[in-house]
Design a protein around this ligand. Sequence first.
Ligand SMILES: *Cc1c(COP(=O)(O)O)cnc(C)c1O
Length: 414
Amino acid sequence: MSDQLKDTGFTTRLVHADRILNSPEDGSVHSPVNSSVLFNYPKVEDLVDIFQGKVAGHAYARTSSSSQSALQNIMTHVEGGKASLAFASGMAAISATILSLLEAGDHLIASRFVFGNTATFLQSLKRFGIEVTLVDVTDVEQVKIAKQDNTRMVFLETIANPVTQVADLKAIGEYCDEQQIVYLVDNTMTPASILNSQSVKASLVVNSLTKYIAGHGNALGGIVVEMGNFKWSEFARIESGFAHLPDFQQVIAQIKKRGLRDMGGCISGQSAHLVSVGVETLALRTTRFSENALALAQYLDAHPKVKKVYYPGLESHPQHQLAKTLFCGFGGILSIDLQDNVDCFAFMNRMKLVLNATHLGDTRTLGIPVAHTIFYDIAQQEREKMGISQNMIRYSIGIEDSKDLIADFEQALA
Ligand SMILES: *Cc1c(COP(=O)(O)O)cnc(C)c1O
């Protein structure tokens, strides 16, 4: 079936993926929302075979459902992987993946610049005996220095939020490959239309579907995609019960049973459906918000009331050259420091189109004062070490008309 999508462009594949990969009934172009929790098998032997993994099928919606598997088929195709597993949220996907694959005594190297809730989750790992070293992932050498004999995994985000550091993705991927370390990449900031995760040798890609993939602020979801680059049969943490499966299925089965089933963070049929529809316009939205963000970054960079602009598309950005080689477009996250004498809240309250909201990847442009909200739990001294000033604002640039966005900033800064 997916032969029909071979050799077609990315947007074509997004638009036709659900119809072709999932063959919904009646000529429907969308897989339907399936809200059933239970599945009935008139022959009990069929139910038994599903439980025992002898045939594919659904038994209970916490582990699998047709809406969830329809979304998984689409996302596996979009990321260019082998298989995937959907979750209730990005955090459910990240926590289930890490907790399914590491155990007490293992060492994880993680980026120092990660999403706030991921950072606090990584702190919790210490309570379970998993050692975590945080490093500056803009340079592969830092990862090499942190490597220990018990290092099992490297985890990072592609473009960090809010300071927009770009990870040395390809070099770290090559190093993990050489060392046989699991390379777990959170690709939320640079979904497949911006970064081809295959090109950086990711072992597993995790994504908050809630953000750019769903795109419209109407569904929570997360996914982990197996990319076919890692020898799971040689990974010491795969349980013997999964060792008979083909390589890539070993890790998916383990995350499915230990993570999704046992921890329970499953995606609802309704959310899976909304994400599947949202992803159809991913490439169009990506191009648009990347263009809008670059235009705004250039405008703000030249504005006297703005002290500093953080955006990988600006030539002054420390990883601009790296970003150019890795990405198609520079994404929609842009942060600014206002001049010290500009009242940050008064400025934000003057905006007419830009919403004050904590989310990103939406069709609408959103702004948030970082120190007072998403990094409020972190002491000011710590924040300053992370490069977060008192009046930094983080924007997630939407798909509005660029001239309207610039005009909105212009009037609010005047
Ligand atoms: C939002 C986000 C997450 C968490 O996703 P949720 O769907 O909100 O749970 C993880 N990583 C990154 C980079 C994010 O931006």
